[in-house]
Design a protein around this ligand. Structure first.
Ligand code: UD1
Length: 344
């Protein structure tokens, strides 16, 4: 049985990926410090797949523990690296938190990987590396812009480290640039678990609809877009997770055409904030309380992916649309409420 190490496997995208890997027949070993996730997610993964992932409660900043773990798992066939902080605004307020966790943690991980001769690496990157793109949709060859946030810069640094390491060592890398992941598993057993007030649009919408938040603020309607609100490429987290299975398979089968390959993971469709709100109301039948507010610092006007490379080279395509993603996000929010009500 082939084994994949998943750092950040208790997190939002990591947990959905662990499920898809296990459903595809892989053993999974999760490394996570549960700093932005909950141990109950591990039980959720087991409930969905019928199998228990191996779990290490380890912080990537603790190099000694990390090396001990990778020594034990050195027979793994690939590693997928999700463990990182991802809140854009917070990264501006506490940049060192981001440089320590996302950069120092990754330096430690790469050191231990090289030491233990693990050769196949998938990196969790982001469309944030493109900044405000000159042309849409963005392809993998679109130029990178100066990062708007410390978070964005940590993703650019990550890709740069991987470019250097993969040309000097035997490490083969696929970097996946996510657009906007949303939605939850169909079973509503796992989903996004934001701690505190959500930064991202869809958890804010579902929490407003369920009554945890009073009102959604749409950040600006005076942008140069058809309805004046920002355009993003919202991709179902399960579609995204499945791309990781394709990526590890490509690495294991030694099909890569370069030491470091980069793929956009989006739907290729751009939707405005108001379109997301309207689609949510349509698929759930719930009226959303929202108002138009001022622009949020650091938001790009519009971005969506050219997905041809992921389709042609990785052999992956999305199977779900915005409506489906939003209905699973809502089902997940309802499941969380049921759990809260039961515990009261
Ligand atoms: C950002 C990052 C992305 C990162 C993601 C993870 C950039 C350009 N993008 O995505 O790389 O992976 O966070 O957290 O750095 N909105 C509202 N009201 C809200 C919340 C959001 O109107 O309460 C709007 C935003 O202005 C934006 C859209 O919804 O237009 C999506 O926002 P969000 O979900 O936060 O994602 P991004 O900022 O696109």
């Amino acid at each position: 049985m082939k084994k994949i190490i998943v750092t950040g496997g208790a997190g939002y995208i990591g947990s959905h990926t662990a499920v898809e890997l296990m459903n595809a027949g892989y053993d999974v070993a999760i490394i996570d410090n549960l700093s932005n996730s909950d141990a109950s997610v591990l039980g959720g993964i087991e409930e969905i797949t019928g199998k228990q992932p191996v779990f290490y409660n380890i912080d990537l900043c603790n190099k000694e523990d990390l090396n001990y773990c990778l020594e034990k798992e050195k027979d793994a066939d690939a590693i997928i690296h999700f463990a990182a902080f991802k809140a854009v605004g917070e990264s501006q307020q506490f940049p060192m938190k981001y440089y320590n966790n996302n950069v120092v943690g990754m330096v430690n991980l790469l050191d231990c990987i090289i030491k233990n001769k693990l050769n196949n690496f998938v990196f969790s990157s982001s469309c944030t590396v493109y900044g405000e793109a000159d042309e849409l949709p963005v392809t993998e060859n679109s130029p990178e812009k100066k990062a708007e946030s410390a978070y964005g810069f940590t993703k650019q640094i990550g890709e740069r480290m991987l470019a250097d390491v993969s040309q000097a060592d035997s490490l083969r890398v696929i970097s996946l640039r996510y657009f906007n992941p949303i939605g939850a598993h169909d079973t509503a057993i796992i989903g996004e678990l934001p701690l505190g007030v959500p930064n991202n649009l869809v958890p804010f919408i579902t929490q407003t609809a369920i009554g945890i938040r009073e009102q959604l603020t749409v950040f600006g309607n005076d942008y140069d877009t058809p309805d004046g609100t920002n355009i993003r490429d919202y991709i179902h987290v399960v579609d995204l997770a499945k791309a990781h299975v394709k990526a590890v398979e490509r690495l294991m089968e030694k099909k890569s055409s370069d030491n470091l390959e980069i793929f956009n993971l989006g739907t290729g469709v751009g939707n405005s904030v108001l379109e997301v709100v309207q689609t949510f109301e349509k698929v759930t039948g719930v009226k959303l309380n929202y108002k138009i507010g001022s622009r949020r610092a650091g938001d790009v006007v519009s971005i969506y992916a050219d997905t041809n490379k992921a389709g042609d080279v990785l052999g992956w395509k999305t199977e779900r649309d915005l409506a489906n993603a939003l209905s699973t996000a809502w089902k997940w929010e309802l499941a969380l409420k049921e759990k809260r009500d039961k515990n009261q």
